[in-house]
Design a protein. Structure first.
Length: 112
């Protein structure tokens, strides 16, 4: 998959995590983007296009600060398994920016 947001960064294939893309900065900082996280990111972009650049900037800031990050849809059940990386969900990024998106995809509380 091609990610326009990070097209200037080096990507490295990781045979142990073939579904996630590993990006690397020149300073050695690196991060994985899981497909489900990217889907969430694109949903945010569609709903809140004015906030999207800030979200990408905050993701970069998190990587620069922590050096090794996995952007995952669910940190309790990640697709990517690597040691010494921190796992961040989309809300870890958006909450810091005070960008809140209501999850309307959850099921009803009422039975049929």
């Amino acid at each position: 998959m091609r990610y326009e947001e990070w097209k200037n960064l080096k990507t490295t294939p990781d045979p142990k995590n073939p579904f996630s893309t590993l990006f690397e900065y020149e300073d050695g900082s690196s991060f994985y983007v899981e497909p489900a996280f990217y889907t969430q990111l694109m949903g945010l972009k569609a709903r809140l296009p004015d906030d999207y650049p800030d979200v990408i900037f905050e993701m970069e800031r998190a990587v620069r600060k922590n050096k090794k990050v996995v952007f995952t849809a669910e940190y309790e059940c990640p697709l990517t398994h690597v040691e010494d990386y921190i796992y961040l969900e989309i809300t870890d990024i958006t909450n810091r920016l005070r960008v809140f998106v209501q999850d309307k995809n959850r099921g009803s509380d009422y039975g049929d």
